[in-house]
Structures are given as structure tokens and as C-alpha cells.
Design a protein around this ligand. Sequence first.
Ligand SMILES: [Zn+2]
Ligand SMILES: [Zn+2]
Length: 303
Amino acid sequence: MDNESTLSTIYSEDVSLMVVILDINPLFWTSVNSNTNSLTFTKFMDQFLPLLNSVLLLNQLNEIVLIAHGINSCGYIYNSSMENRRGGKRGPAFFAEVSEKLKEFMEADCLHRKGAKSTSTIVPSLLSGSLSLALCYIQRVFRSRPIYPRPRILCLQGSPDGPEQYVAVMNAIFSAQRSSVLIDSCVLGLNSAFLQQASHITGGVYIKPQQLDGLFQCLSMVFATDVQSRSFLQLPKPAGVDFRASCFCHKTTISMGYICSVCLSIFCKRHKKCSTCGSDFNRPNSNSKSSPVQKSKRKLDDR
Ligand SMILES: [Zn+2]
Ligand SMILES: [Zn+2]
């Protein structure tokens, strides 16, 4: 209770800082383009940019930070608090500016990729990097201002989860939970176990819209609402959360596996040595040589 009352004095409750993480994975958006029924990137931007504008219009003090991530890079695209100081743009000028910056970012991300071999499957985007950037920005706001807006993160994800990012993403999720930062997720492609867990753990909303044509309505009804108002609204409830983890050896999603007792790394098969911390699973304990009980146990195991 004490904690809650101190939080309410620090936060200005109806003012939001929304950090939007946008997946601009070119492989995902070009695969979408080939399917005529689905949402193209241009159509998506037509529905997405009004969301940013409407959040800024809901309260003059609201702030928006846009972070984009592609396959190889992530970076800040737009920060409304910095733009306001420069006499920020609104309406069409704002849309044009953000679209232009996103285009530049997408081109730069593709250049990074040039060395990589081309694949037909969609390569995962750098979600972990973007989440870390978002949390770093929020921490900076926490530390640099006496009163700050209530932060939340909105992830708009299209490409599939990258199991190799499992540890980084989970660390970011727990860090967000510790700083009471909600992670909302809107998934445009396949369901994402990472984001299901992120929203579940931090108390955010996870949705996978069925009708992408009316995406703006969905985005504005669910994600434009500030954290304070959510207690009065009936927001969509998750159908289920995929709690499975990724093994560290093959980076595949597993429901059962082996865990290193030293560093908690997860493996799908039994290994002789932990690839993360180097612990030897076959080596007996240092005092086991003098212990006959341990010795006989090992002999039994060997048979
Ligand atoms: Zn494995
Ligand atoms: Zn280990």
C-alpha cells in the first residue's frame, strides 16, 4: 500500500510515455506484400501513424518515442519530447517526417544485410535490442526528472521470435517488470511466445488482430488508453500464454529439457559440459573421491 501511494505521488497518472517498438523486418513485410489479402507496409503505416498522433493529442504532456528494429539493427526514430522543443510538427508533416526516417532506417538495415546469404524464410528481427533501448530510455527519464509520465512499451511485431534472443528478451522482460513498465504487444504475423510472456509478466495487453483492415480502431481502442484508465475498461484478455523456453544449444523451442544447476542454462539434450558456464556435468564433486557412497553411485550409473 505504501509502495502504491509513493508511486502515485511520483507519477503524474494521466500522462503517458509510450515507447513504441516497431518491427520493420524487410523480409516479413515483403512476404506480406506477396499475399494480396494482407496488410502491406504502406497500408500499415496509414493505420499506425494516426495512433501516434492520437496519443499525442490525448494529453499535451504525453510523450512518444518510436524505436524501430530490422534484422541487424535497432535505433531511435522519433522522440516527441525532443521534437516539441524544436517546435514539433503535427498532422501530415509529422507523418511525412516519421515515414522518411523509417525509410532511411530500413535502407540502412538492408545494407547491413548485404553480406549475409539470402534466405526464403523470414529471419527474426532484433527484438531484444529494441526492448533494451526502450528500457534504457525509460530509465533515463526516471533518473533525470523529478516527475515523469507513466511509461509503457508497445511492441508491434511481425516477424517470428528469434530463439537465440531468448535470454536477452527474458532479461528485458524481468527488468521491465521490476521497473513497473507494462509491455503491450500487437502481433501481425504468427503468435509470439516472447511477447505473450512479456505482456503476461508485466501486466500488459497482448493481441493478435484478426482483421488487419481495421487495425487503427483496434490499436487506438486498446493501446491508446493510459495505464490508469485501464482499470475501468474491459480490455481483451489473452487466450493463452506459451511459456515454453528455447534451448541454448540449438535455439529451438522446447517444452522439456535439462537445466544447468550452476547458471540455469537450458538444453534439449544431456550434455557433458555446460556450453554457457563451462560446468562439467560428468565430473564428480571435488570431495567425492574420498566418498565411497558417491563412488558406488557412479558405478551404478556406469552400468
Ligand atoms: Zn538444443
Ligand atoms: Zn551452466
